[in-house]
Design a protein around this ligand. Sequence first.
Ligand SMILES: Cc1cc2nc3c(=O)[nH]c(=O)nc-3n(C[C@H](O)[C@H](O)[C@H](O)COP(=O)(O)OP(=O)(O)OC[C@H]3O[C@@H](n4cnc5c(N)ncnc54)[C@H](O)[C@@H]3O)c2cc1C
Length: 471
Amino acid sequence: MLDVVIIGAGPAGVVAALRAGDLGAKTALVTCDLFGGMAANDGPVPVRTLAHAARLLRDARQLDRYGINVCEPVLDYTALLGRVREVTCDVRAHSSFRTNIEEAGVTVYEHAGAVRFLDPHTITTASGLELQGKSIVICTGGVSRQLSAPGSELTATHSDAWKLTEVPPSMLVIGGGATGAQVASIFNAFGSKIQLFHSGPRIVPAEDEDVSRAVASGFRKAGIEVTEDFGVIESFEKTPSGVRMHFSRDATKGSAEAAVAVVAIGWVANTSGLDLHHAGVETDTRGFLRVDQFLRTSASNIYAAGDVTGRLMLVPQAIYDGFIAATNAVRGDTMKIPDQVAPIGSFTDPEYAQVGLTEAKARALHDVVVAKLCFDSTTRTIIDGRTDGFCKLIADLSTRKILGCHVVGERAVEITQIAAVAIAGGMRVDDLAQVPLSFPTYAGVLWRVAANATRQLNLNVPWQATQVEGA
Ligand SMILES: Cc1cc2nc3c(=O)[nH]c(=O)nc-3n(C[C@H](O)[C@H](O)[C@H](O)COP(=O)(O)OP(=O)(O)OC[C@H]3O[C@@H](n4cnc5c(N)ncnc54)[C@H](O)[C@@H]3O)c2cc1C
């Protein structure tokens, strides 16, 4: 019998396998498809590659503003898909995890077919492999939530969208969360006529309200038709050129049609077919695996990590989970899930990102100072002709600790990483204002906005401090 069997080779499973191997456990990693999971094959890596192409198109269109004359850029989508394949293969081939895992003595079973449990210690795969483990770590990730309206089989998921062989002339995107927003933004840049339908009052609803407003406004400016609160989907029907969606709101009926309809209405645990009942593993009310603070499931020898637990569904969190679950699977319950600062961002146009509390949540829990700086008044954004967007910093009025940072616009995700480090380090906003970030940079906006908050607190801002010291 093996010490640990890990199911699923996404970020959670790969790190769990490496950790168990490093701890000297006899370990196997089994996955139904390719090493790397969704992150490498269907999520961030391909999406970021397509988003990069969208950005290049946008950058190329402003070359004449800088006196560079070229023809209008033309997208060769087949060539772009080739580049996406090249990037995903390259990322997989150069994954240092793969080498480390092999060095740690872990046996990797790729393309083993879907795994299912026979009992709490035994799994079998569709290809006929059978393995027994003292402990098992489930890292099977998530899948797109399906619509149940009649005709839903005519719709596509984000994964189908990346597999399209040509850019469709038009697209309905249903769901304005992070995934729907990315699909809408990317295909809009490639020339599809996009209609984005969101059931709630604002798209990207997990973001600060100012961010939702700015992203919706940026999308509309870029030509995306955004409809919030659109109502309830009644059905889909096939048309000669694609698909039509019927919906209703307060007894008023409406319809919209396009060549393709992509549904992105959330994420559910990828557990169907695992035969969890054979192992005594229970799910929570949302269908994700129920785990305790040690990532142990309801079965005492089985742990879970990553998206399948339904916590923050991001690569860094999956990696951290994998480490904790494997440590506990080998050593017993010694590591708890920590409270972590978690920056979140999306590579749409406009880009957006956040870390910490939204302004509404911060105001509900603290007396706060809020400073906001628009990108039309920062030097680097003016130089680069990227003046749409803002950076908002929120700090506690009495402790002056930074509580949250929200950015929309060019390099939003990168800017937010620095705010995340400041929050994780427990920095006060006036401390951040004392760090002379390089000029003229995107990250430098944080220094300006921190100085603005510091002035509101009636404390010395950096240039005043310099005067005092130099006096
Ligand atoms: C469009 C999109 C964009 C994203 N962008 C970002 C981003 O920019 N940044 C970020 O941090 N996160 C992003 N994410 C989220 C990120 O991809 C996930 O949080 C991460 O991949 C979760 O890792 P995981 O190991 O839990 O699961 P996964 O990566 O989903 O891996 C699960 C693995 O388990 C295997 N598996 C499933 N069922 C079985 C079975 N029965 N038997 C055997 N194997 C099985 C799968 O094939 C897969 O290999 C994005 C997701 C999507 C969909």
